[in-house]
Ligand binder design. Structure first.
Ligand code: NAD
Length: 505
C-alpha cells in the first residue's frame, strides 16, 4: 500500500470551529480505489468528547428558544449550500468511499430528502390542545427538544446517514454531536462548514472524530439524552444495551441480509437486471443491498442463474474516475480480505461458484481494494455465508420449492432489514407482504428503501430500540412530550383544598 506524498491532517468540528485533535492518536483514511493514504483523522479522547458535549450544552438553550420557523430557515439555507457545492461534495464522497459518481449523486439526493423533511418540522412538532378539561382548566401536550443528542454513523453512506440521523434533531431544537465514521470523516467535516455558512449557531452541530473512546463517552455522559446509531449488528446491540443502561433513548440500526424472492411467473430478464443493480451497486456495501436471490422452483432457478451468469460476467469494476464503472472498491484491505475468505469458505462448504470475483484482473493486480462480482449457487442454510452479512460483492442463490418455503427461510434469519418479491401474482404478493417478518418490504421493487418522508428501519437483529431513521418518527424520537394543565386566576372562584385524586367531576 502506498503512502501519498502529502497526507492531510484532519480535525474535529467543535463549537463552530475546525479543532485539532489533542490525543496525538490518528487513524488513516484511504482512497479505496488506489490504496493510498489520503488523510489522517484524529481519534478523540473521552476528555475531548466531554469538552465538545459541554460546548453543545451551552449552545442548546438559545437554539431551543428560537422559533421553529427561524430554525427551518437555517435548514433551507443549508439545503441550498449542498446543491451549490455539489461537485466538491461528490468528489469528497467518491474519494474517501470509493463510490461511483452516479451512486454518490443518488446518495446526496437521499440526504436532501431528510433535510426537506426537517424543513417541515414546524408541522411535525405541532401539539394537542383541549379546552375545559375540568374546572376551567385547559390542557395541552407539546413537543420539546431533548437537549444534547448524539449520532454515530457507518462508513457506507458518508452524507445520507449522518443527515438522516441529524437534520430533524437540529430542526426540532436539539444540539447534535456526530461521531462520524473514522473511515470517511472528510464528508462530515465538509458538511460542517456548510452548516456554519448556513448560519447554524456554534455548538449546535459538532463532529467528534474517533472511535470507541468517543462513543463510550457519548453513551455514558449524563448530558447526552439520546443516541441514534447506524452500523453493524454487534456494535448496534452494544450501543443499545449500554445506552439503555445509562438511561438514554436509543435507536440502533444494524446490518442486513436481504433476500429477493422470484416467483416462476416473473419476467426473469427484468428480475436479473433488478437483482444486479440492487446486489452489486456500491460494491454491495449497502444495508439494503440484495444478498440472496431466492428463486422458487428448479426451472426458475436454472433459467435465472444462466441469465445472471452472462450479465454478471460483463460488469465493470473500477475506480469512479474510470468511464463505465459499474461499481468501485470495498472500503478497506481488511474488508477485501474478509470477503475473499467468505467466498473461499462457501466454496469449501459446497456452494457452486458461478461467477468468481476472486479471479478478476483488477482484484489481483491493483493496490485498490477491489473485489469482483461473485455469484454462489446452491447455497444452503448450513453454510456460514447463508445468514452472515458479507459487506461486499459475494451474493448467493438459495433454491426453494415454494413460496411458503421461501417465507420460512427468510423468517428464520436473524437479520431482517429489507426483502423483496418479484411476481405478477397479486395473491402471492399479498401472502408475502402479510407473512414476512422483515422491516422494509418490496413488491417488484429491488431496493425497497423508503423515501425520506416514510419511516426506515428493519426488525430483529437489524434494529435495537423503537425509533426509525428518516420519516416523521424522527420528530418523535428527538423530542419529549410535555403535558401542561393550566388555569388562570380570576377565571374561577377560589376553592378549598381537596385531597381526592384530580377528576373532572
Ligand atoms: P461499524 O459497526 O463497524 O461502525 C459504525 C460506527 O460505530 C462507526 O462510527 C465506528 O467508529 C463505531 N464503532 C465501531 N466499533 C465500535 C465499538 N466497538 N464501540 C463503539 N463504537 C464502535 O459499521 P461500518 O462498518 O462503519 O458500517 C457498515 C455496517 O453498517 C454494515 O453492517 C451495514 O449493514 C450497516 N448499516 C446499516 C444501516 C441500516 O440502516 N440498518 C445503514 C447503513 C449501514
Amino acid at each position: 500500500m502506498t503512502e501519498a506524498v502529502s497526507v492531510k491532517k484532519l480535525t474535529h468540528f467543535i463549537n463552530g470551529e475546525l479543532v485539532e485533535g489533542k490525543s496525538r492518536s490518528y487513524s488513516k483514511v484511504y482512497n479505496p480505489s488506489t490504496g493510498e493514504v489520503i488523510a489522517e483523522v484524529p481519534i478523540a479522547t473521552a476528555e475531548e468528547t466531554r469538552e465538545a458535549i459541554a460546548a453543545a450544552k451551552a449552545a442548546f438553550p438559545a437554539w431551543r428558544d428560537l422559533s421553529v420557523a427561524k430554525r427551518a430557515e437555517v435548514l433551507m439555507r443549508f439545503r441550498y449550500l449542498i446543491t451549490e457545492n455539489m461537485d466538491q461534495l461528490l468528489d469528497t464522497i467518491c474519494t474517501e468511499s470509493g463510490k461511483t459518481l452516479e451512486d454518490a449523486r443518488g446518495e446526496v439526493t437521499r440526504a436532501l430528502e431528510s433535510v426537506d423533511l426537517a424543513i417541515g418540522a414546524p408541522h411535525l412538532v405541532k401539539g394537542e390542545y383541549s379546552v375545559n378539561v375540568g374546572g376551567q382548566i385547559n390542557a395541552y401536550s407539546a413537543k420539546y427538544p431533548l437537549g444534547v443528542v448524539a449520532a454515530i454513523s457507518p462508513f457506507n453512506f458518508p452524507i445520507m446517514v449522518p443527515l438522516a440521523q441529524t437534520s430533524m434533531a437540529i430542526a426540532v431544537g436539539n444540539a447534535v454531536i456526530l461521531k462520524a465514521s473514522e473511515k470517511v470523516p472528510m464528508t462530515s467535516l465538509f458538511v460542517s462548514e456548510l452548516w456554519k455558512k448556513a448560519g447554524l449557531p456554534d455548538g449546535i452541530w459538532t463532529v467528534v472524530n474517533g472511535s470507541k473512546d468517543a462513543v463510550n463517552e457519548l453513551l455514558e455522559n449524563p448530558t447526552v439524552q439520546a443516541i441514534s446509531f447506524v452500523g453493524s449488528t454487534p456494535v448496534a446491540k452494544y450501543i443499545y444495551e449500554t445506552g439503555a443502561k445509562y438511561g438514554k433513548r436509543v435507536t440502533a440500526l444494524g446490518g442486513g441480509k436481504n433476500n429477493m424472492v422470484v416467483m416462476p411467473d416473473a419476467d426473469l430478464e427484468q428480475v436479473a437486471n433488478a437483482f444486479i443493480g440492487a446486489a452489486y451497486g456500491a460494491a454491495s456495501q449497502r444495508c439494503m443491498a440484495i444478498s440472496t436471490i431466492v428463486p422458487v422452483g428448479e426451472e426458475t432457478a436454472d433459467r435465472l442463474v444462466a441469465i445472471l451468469k452472462d450479465k454478471i460476467s460483463k460488469l465493470k469494476v473500477g475506480s469512479y474516475t474510470e468511464e463505465g464503472t459499474d461499481f468501485g472498491p470495498v472500503i478497506s484491505k481488511e474488508s477485501k480480505e474478509s470477503i475473499l475468505k467468505a467466498i473461499d469458505l462457501a466454496e469449501q462448504q459446497g456452494a457452486t461458484v458461478v461467477n468468481d470475483g476472486r479471479e478478476v484482473d483488477i482484484v489481483k493486480n491493483s493496490e485498490g481494494f477491489f473485489v469482483g462480482p461473485t455469484l454462489l449457487d446452491n447455497v444452503t442454510k448450513e453454510m456460514d455465508i447463508c445468514d452472515q452479512e458479507v459487506f461486499g460483492p459475494a451474493r448467493n442463490v438459495v433454491r426453494v420449492g415454494s413460496l411458503s418455503e421461501a417465507i420460512d427461510f427468510i423468517n428464520d434469519q436473524e437479520l431482517a432489514n429489507g426483502v423483496t418479491i418479484f411476481t405478477n401474482d397479486g395473491a402471492a404478493a399479498r401472502k408475502f407482504t402479510t407473512e414476512i417478518d422483515v422491516g422494509m418490504v418490496g413488491v417488484n421493487v429491488p431496493i425497497p428503501i423508503p423515501v425520506g418522508y416514510h419511516n426506515f428501519a428493519g426488525f430483529k437483529g437489524s434494529r435495537f430500540g423503537e425509533g426509525h431513521m428518516f420519516g416523521p418518527d424522527q420528530a418523535r424520537f428527538f423530542t419529549k412530550t410535555k403535558t401542561v394543565s393550566e388555569r388562570w386566576p380570576g377565571t374561577t372562584e377560589t376553592t378549598a383544598s381537596t385531597f381526592a385524586f384530580p377528576s373532572n367531576d
